[in-house]
Design a protein around this ligand. Structure first.
Ligand code: ZN
Length: 118
């Protein structure tokens, strides 16, 4: 009985600290994880809580900003908090074209819609 209880305790400890265990990306990020800078408020945060924004083309071929929900789209990405305030700051500073090395204006309506979605 006692021995079994000890085994269970050791087991849960191993689960939390073992680096060899394959944890879902977000879980690993909570412990150490890569850190990114929000292009809006310029503060750093864990990659897992920031949105990745990339340049894509709309149906007319015009470059627009889109949310890379899977965080795996090719090309440069800009990182943004899920905060309308951060989007506003980023737009005011023209942070997206700078971060994404894009000459010219970028439409952020898709990102705005994403932030407003429940
Ligand atoms: Zn921010």
């Amino acid at each position: 009985m006692t021995r079994r209880a000890r085994l269970v305790a050791a087991g849960s400890e191993t689960r939390l600290s073992s680096p060899s265990r394959r944890a879902p990306d977000d879980l690993a990020v909570v412990v150490v994880g890569p850190v990114r800078t929000c292009v809006g408020c310029r503060s750093t945060d864990r990659r897992s809580v920031l949105l990745r924004i990339v340049v894509s083309a709309d149906s007319a071929g015009i470059p627009v900003l889109v949310v890379d929900a899977g965080r795996c789209m090719p090309g440069r990405g800009a990182w943004l908090h899920l905060e309308p305030r951060c989007l506003e700051l980023a737009e005011r500073r023209r942070a997206f074209p700078r971060a994404l090395r894009h000459a010219g204006l970028l439409d952020a309506r898709a990102v705005e819609a994403y932030l407003r979605a429940p």
